[in-house]
Structures are given as structure tokens and as C-alpha cells.
Ligand binder design. Structure first.
Ligand code: CO
Length: 214
């Protein structure tokens, strides 16, 4: 007989009761609309739960997670999430949040195969190559990997800002800020990497779209 995971249903019932004690109309209100202000692009790692670590309720955070919080211009999944969040939900902030000790980042630093995921992680190898001098100057391998976790976030923030979705929003005058954060598995704290981008002028001209002439 398969395990039907009854304990998870029990948890769920207890949780929904608790939410209703706090606000009897909570689910009724949420079911009619969602109006989150934030899009979270984070790692799929089970230790980095977006809502919990930001203290946000259901309805307050739109979430996309994948291995090592990567944003590729060819990733239909991620781009669809960004498009819906920006164009339909009109979210005001996109938060790319990486984390120290990221297994995806560590795997990308190893010269061995991990299967299909090697292709996914190639973006991190590109970042490593770009910052190789800085990274090789860090002798401690854990510290080096953690710096690469930060550099990966910084790179993905730039990737988000290079999408036509975000640039067109800025050209329309929509308020939208892209943030880069990193989370510590050790202490449960998020840190702002101070790489906010909130306008087209901050994007390298080579990647900048020009407003269409009417
Ligand atoms: Co990770």
C-alpha cells in the first residue's frame, strides 16, 4: 500500500485552521485575487523557503525557483514567470536571492560530470571564468565557493535587467527594481549585495533596448 502522506494533510488542516483563527476571511480574500509586490527568483534548495525567510504570507510573494537561481534568456519557464509578474501582476521588485553553500555552485566548480545538470550550470562556469583572477586569489575553497555564490547572484541580476520584459517596463515608465540578495544557511539571514538596478541607464549599453519609434 502506498504511503499517502497523511501527516502532510494533517499539517495542512492544522495550518488552514490557524490561518482562519487569525483572519476568518483569509482564504476567501486570497481566492479572488493576488496582488504581490515582489517576485522571488531563488534556488530550489529546500533550506531556502522564500515566504518563511521573508516573513511574507501567501499572496505576497510570487516565486520562481530553480537550481542555483539562474536566469537564462532561453528559459521559457523563467521568462514566462517574469513576464506575468511584471506585465500582469505589476510587481515592483524582483529579488534574485542566492545562498551560501549552494550545491549547484559547488558542482559547477568541480571538473567532473553530474549528468544533465552540467548544461544547466554552465552559466555559473561562465561567471567563474569572468572572475577567475579574483576567485583564485581566495585560497580557502569554501570562501571561494561562497564568493562565487555572490558573483552568481550579481550576474543573474544583470541577466534579469537585460530581458526585454524588464526593459520594456522601464521604457513604459513602470517602477521596477531588481535586487540581488544572498542568504546564509548558517545564520538564517539575508544580506543585500547592493547591486540594485532600477532603470535602463544602469544597463550596459550593449544590452539596452531602444524605445520603438511611433
Ligand atoms: Co542552491
Amino acid at each position: 500500500m502506498p504511503d499517502t502522506l497523511q501527516h502532510l494533510f494533517d499539517n495542512n488542516r492544522a495550518w488552514s485552521r490557524q490561518m482562519l483563527e487569525h483572519d476568518p476571511c483569509f482564504f476567501q480574500k486570497l481566492s479572488s485575487q493576488q496582488a504581490p509586490e515582489f517576485l522571488w527568483i531563488g534556488c530550489a534548495d529546500s533550506r531556502v523557503p522564500a515566504n518563511e525567510i521573508t516573513g511574507l504570507l501567501p499572496g505576497e510573494l510570487f516565486v520562481h525557483r530553480n537550481v542555483a537561481n539562474l536566469v537564462y534568456a532561453s528559459d521559457l519557464n523563467c521568462l514566462s514567470v517574469i513576464e506575468f509578474a511584471v506585465n500582469t501582476l505589476h510587481i515592483k521588485h524582483i529579488i534574485v536571492c542566492g545562498h551560501y553553500g549552494c550545491g549547484g555552485v559547488k558542482a559547477a566548480m568541480q571538473q567532473q560530470t553530474h549528468g544533465l545538470i552540467d548544461n544547466w550550470l554552465n552559466g555559473i562556469r561562465d561567471t567563474y571564468a569572468r572572475y577567475e583572477e579574483e576567485l583564485l586569489a581566495i585560497p580557502d575553497l569554501t570562501a571561494r565557493a561562497n564568493r562565487l555564490c555572490e558573483l552568481n547572484v550579481i550576474t543573474q541580476v544583470a541577466q534579469v535587467a537585460r530581458t526585454s520584459i524588464v526593459q520594456e517596463a522601464w521604457l513604459r515608465g513602470q517602477l521596477l527594481t531588481v535586487h540581488g540578495w544572498i542568504y546564509g544557511l548558517n545564520d538564517g539571514q539575508t544580506k543585500d549585495l547592493d547591486v540594485c538596478i532600477d532603470r535602463l541607464e544602469q544597463v550596459n549599453p550593449l544590452y539596452r533596448l531602444v524605445a520603438a519609434t511611433p
